[in-house]
Design a protein around this ligand. Structure first.
Ligand code: SIN
Ligand code: MN
Length: 262
């Protein structure tokens, strides 16, 4: 699958692009079944919310379930990423952030490169975050907020926040956020289950708590160029995978194939 010129232009201008109807209902239900299986596991790679103890993010998924092993090689994710970056890519991180109904806590204002650079020694902000919504995401259940065009102003100053949530994150100060919002404005990423979304490594984003009765599970695959691989290895493998083998795309029916294999 290739992105159109319009989609590429939108990505370049805003720093993100939505891909409605990227995955079918049947594919989403396969992913959600696999989500149930990995969420029920007792592992450090399932990081729970500070207050409720509900799973916040389940990581390292391609090493934990066949469905996700195929999903990280799905041509509808891998090919657009290769098209944008133009070179071989490795699988940097694979997770589902569920933002559970009533209990899902915020993701503070941040950009992913701040953490990848400070913690993992990734040299340049090239990685792409590829999301797939596993339920409808609406204004109520904690959609991602993006500061449009914030990637055009370089990597913002960031501080390490280890207290707000259970997940330590390099975050952007409120005054910097205010300035960037004034320049570019905000967008919220909403859409039906099966929607895709791509955004870059220095686009500033976050998401509010979920006080609605609806979970907001989002699958996320981060792909990085092999030349730009990590140079520091202090974090657990599930936060940054150190297998730098180039990712290759499977067939377009690779999720449906997992049913046949059952
Ligand atoms: C979220 O799940 O709301 C945040 C995801 C991200 O920062 O990539
Ligand atoms: Mn992020």
């Amino acid at each position: 699958m290739r992105l159109s010129e319009t989609q590429l232009a939108e990505f370049a201008e805003n720093g993100f692009v939505m891909l409605p109807d990227l995955f079918s209902d049947q594919e989403v239900s396969i992913l959600k079944e696999a989500q149930k299986a990995v969420f029920s596991e007792d592992t450090d790679a399932n990081i729970v919310e500070k207050k409720s103890g509900e799973v916040r993010t389940a990581m390292g998924l391609h090493l934990r379930h066949e469905v996700f092993a195929n999903m990280v090689r799905h041509p509808r994710l891998v090919e657009p990423a290769r098209q944008i970056l133009g070179t071989d890519l490795y699988i940097q991180q694979v997770k589902i952030n569920v933002k559970a109904a009533f209990d899902g806590e915020a993701w503070q204002w941040h950009y992913d490169f701040a953490t990848h650079h400070a913690e993992d020694g990734v040299p340049k902000p090239l990685a792409l975050n590829l999301h797939v919504f596993l339920e409808d995401v609406n204004e109520f259940n904690g959609p991602l907020y993006f500061i449009k065009g914030s990637h055009k102003h370089g990597a913002a100053p960031a501080h390490h926040d280890t207290t707000t949530t259970s997940y330590p994150l390099w975050c952007v100060d409120a005054d910097v956020v205010a300035g960037l919002v004034q320049k570019g404005g905000l967008a919220s990423a909403t859409g039906k289950a099966g929607s895709g979304l791509i955004f870059g490594d220095i686009l500033v984003h976050g998401s509010p708590p979920n006080m609605s009765p609806w979970d907001r599970p989002i699958f996320s695959l981060i792909l990085n160029t092999i030349e730009n691989r990590q140079t520091a290895f202090a974090r657990p493998e599930y936060k940054h995978h150190a297998d730098f083998t180039p990712v290759t795309a499977l067939g377009d029916d690779c999720l449906l194939q997992t049913l046949a294999a059952e």
